[in-house]
Design a protein around this ligand. Structure first.
Ligand code: SF4
Ligand code: SF4
Length: 291
């Protein structure tokens, strides 16, 4: 039986921000129901222990986020949440003391990415206050993400781009070094016990409108990750935010059959030969970077 290290469950397709680098979804806006969430977990249980609440949308907007975490725990899953952090104080009581919650990734790049953002200091202070409380009370892992670096020139990443935020973090954790000094692309900087900071170049969603390459290369899709959108559409990876590679619907066909169907098998076996058989994969910057 194939075991996925990461299984993405889109709990909402709605976001309260509109970052310039994040094309808004063309799909229906909504929240996953408790019933659909429970059914999805039952379907995927043999295939994974780790679920990730994020594809598009802001998971903390879900009015029943606490209940989703409780159900995940009852069914033996560990949950990772990726959030822009703007709603963290409002949701604090629903997140603290939830044994299923393994990790929260805070996408700090969303602050500068969203044109209407105000009060950077207040934004970060709210997140840091939650982080202090959560780390002291549980074994949660925190990752601060700044995936917004640009190239200074062809080889150099502009490391100082987030200096203002980095200074606030250095001050809050009483770091005696500048975070840029420890930065290596592709790896995180450990800034305290169970707290990491990851900087990376700006992320680009794969898009059928992008130019196609020769399609040679590898991707872990359907090997160690898969996902499901709020309407039940199964996708091979967290980057297919529009469900272009629609492998089937988990509410109509058992997940075990979906990952064994012809389209899934062609995608999986194609990558075994280092070949991207799907058009979207041939237009995917992620595969081009890491594949
Ligand atoms: S990058 Fe994240 S926070 Fe920004 S619009 Fe997209 S989903 Fe929302
Ligand atoms: S190559 Fe890109 S679009 Fe294709 S499955 Fe992998 S991550 Fe998804």
């Amino acid at each position: 039986m194939r075991k996925f290290k990461k299984f993405y469950i889109e709990t909402t397709s709605i976001c309260n921000l509109s970052c310039t680098f994040c094309p808004p979804t063309q799909r229906a806006k909504g929240f996953i129901s408790i019933e659909d969430f429970t059914k999805t977990l039952d379907q995927i249980k043999p295939f994974t222990d780790y679920i990730y609440f994020h594809v598009k949308g802001e998971p903390l907007l879900h009015p029943k986020i606490g209940e989703l975490l409780d159900i995940a725990h009852e069914k033996g899953f560990k949950v990772n949440i990726t959030s822009n952090g703007t709603l963290i104080t409002k949701n604090k009581a629903k997140l603290l003391n939830k044994p299923a919650l393994r990790q929260i990734n805070f996408s700090l790049h969303s602050f500068d990415g969203h044109p209407g953002s105000k009060d950077k200091e207040g934004y970060l202070a709210d997140i840091l206050s939650f982080v202090n409380e959560a780390v002291a009370a549980s074994s949660i892992i925190i990752s601060f993400r700044l995936w917004n670096l640009e190239m200074d020139n062809e080889t150099n990443l502009q490391r100082s781009k987030n200096r203002e935020l980095l200074s606030m973090i250095e001050k809050a954790f009483q770091l005696d070094y500048k975070i840029e000094e420890k930065f290596k692309p592709g790896t995180g900087v450990k800034i305290a016990d169970r707290i990491y900071l990851n900087q990376d170049p700006e992320f680009k969603w794969p898009d059928l409108k992008e130019p196609e390459d020769d399609g040679k290369g590898f991707c872990h899709a359907l090997r160690n990750q898969a996902g499901v959108l709020i309407d039940g559409t199964v996708i091979p990876c967290c980057l297919d935010g529009e469900g272009v590679i629609n492998l089937g619907n988990i509410h109509e066909t058992p997940f075990a059959d979906i990952i064994g169907n012809e389209r899934s098998t062609r995608l999986h076996d194609g990558f075994s030969r280092r070949e991207a058989v799907e058009e979207l994969c041939r237009k995917c910057g992620y595969r081009q970077r890491f594949g």
